[in-house]
Design a protein around this ligand. Structure first.
Ligand code: SF4
Length: 294
C-alpha cells in the first residue's frame, strides 16, 4: 500500500483492509470485485490484484503460512527483491539488506557512488554495498535505523552532516549532488473522452480491460464514435497524473452510448458505492450525479 503512496493516506485503508481480510484465507476467497473495491482510491490496482493472487498461493502452496525464505517470497505475485528482503528483515528479523529510496541515498553518499543509480548495474552495486554493511543480528533495527537516517538526516537537498552519527565513515565529497539520476522521461499529455449516460436512475459503465483492468469506468468515446456536435461541451473536465502522463478527462452527457460493448452494464445510482470504480471516474461521477440530483 505504501508504494508511491503516503503513510497518512494509507492508514485508514490499512485498517479497513485488515478488518475485511484478516488472514490469507479470507483474502484468497474474496471475489476480485470486493478486493478492488477495498483498494479503491489507492491507485496502482495491480498491487491489489497481486495481494489477492499472493493470498491464494499462500493458501494453496503453503497452507496459509507465509514462506520464510526470500527465494520463495520472490516467487509470489508482485513480490520483488526489495519487498522480499523487507519482509524477511522486518517480519522475521533475518540478516537481509534492503535498498529503497532512503537507504539508496545513504549508501550512494557513504560510498561516494557517483554513477546514475537508475540502471540495473548500479542497483546491483547498491545491493552489494548494503550487504557488506548488514549486521548478523538485530537486522530489523539496523534497517529501520538506515531508513530513518535517510529520511531525517541524510535528506535529499540539505543533508545534515554536522549531526550525522555516521559522519566519520562517510565518503561523500559533495553529498548534496548524490545520488545521480538519469533525466526523467518527459511528461506526455493525453486527452481522454468518456460518456455520461444516465437513464431512469441508472448509469452506464464499462469494465476496463486496460489501465484499470477489472474496474468500472465511464464508457470511453473512440474518435468518430459520436456526432461531433454532441461532443462540443464537456459536462465535466479534470486533470489527473498517471505514471509519466498528464491526462485530461473530458466527460460528455449523451443520451445513448454509440459504442456499446459487452463490457458495459447499467448500474442503479445507489449501487455505485459498492462497485470498484477508477478514482478519476469516481470523482467525475460524484460531481455529475450531484449536479443531476440538485
Ligand atoms: S555524513 Fe552527510 S552525506 Fe554522509 S551519511 Fe551522514 S548525512 Fe549523509
Amino acid at each position: 500500500m505504501l508504494q508511491q503512496t503516503q503513510v497518512a493516506a494509507v492508514i485508514p485503508y490499512y485498517h479497513e483492509w485488515l478488518r475485511r481480510f484478516p488472514d490469507f484465507a479470507s483474502l484468497a476467497h474474496a471475489c476480485e470485485n470486493d478486493v478492488l473495491r477495498a483498494w479503491q482510491g489507492l491507485g496502482y490496482y495491480v498491487r491489489a490484484r497481486n495481494l489477492h493472487a499472493t493470498a491464494s498461493t499462500v493458501v494453496d502452496r503453503y497452507r496459509g503460512r507465509f514462506p520464510r525464505s526470500v527465494e520463495q517470497m520472490q516467487d509470489l505475485p508482485g513480490i520483488g527483491k526489495y519487498t522480499a528482503h523487507a519482509v524477511a528483515s522486518f517480519a522475521f528479523d533475518q540478516p537481509t539488506p534492503i535498498v529503497e529510496a532512503n537507504t539508496a541515498r545513504v549508501l550512494t553518499r557513504l560510498f561516494d557512488f557517483r554513477k546514475p543509480i537508475d540502471s540495473g548495474a548500479a542497483r546491483k552495486t547498491l545491493w552489494r554495498y548494503a550487504a557488506v554493511l548488514i549486521p548478523k543480528s538485530s537486522t530489523r533495527v539496523y534497517n529501520s535505523a538506515l531508513i530513518d537516517l535517510g529520511a531525517l538526516v541524510c535528506v535529499a537537498h540539505e543533508p545534515k552532516c554536522a549531526i550525522c552519527p555516521v559522519n566519520k565513515f562517510c565518503g561523500a565529497k559533495n553529498p548534496q549532488l548524490l545520488p545521480v539520476r538519469k533525466s526523467p522521461a518527459p511528461t506526455k499529455r493525453l486527452i481522454e473522452k468518456h460518456a455520461f449516460v444516465l437513464r431512469r436512475g441508472k448509469i452506464l459503465l464499462e469494465q476496463s480491460s486496460s489501465r484499470w483492468r477489472g474496474m468500472w469506468i465511464l464508457p470511453p468515446l473512440k474518435p468518430g464514435s459520436c456526432k461531433q456536435s454532441s461532443l462540443q461541451h464537456p459536462v465535466y473536465t479534470a486533470i489527473f497524473p498517471f505514471t509519466h502522463h498528464r491526462v485530461t478527462l473530458r466527460v460528455y452527457r449523451l443520451r445513448l452510448c454509440e459504442v456499446a460493448t459487452n463490457r458495459q452494464r447499467w448500474f442503479p445510482l445507489r449501487s455505485l458505492d459498492s462497485i470498484p470504480i477508477a478514482s478519476p471516474h469516481c470523482r467525475a461521477l460524484r460531481a455529475l450525479t450531484a449536479a443531476v440530483s440538485e
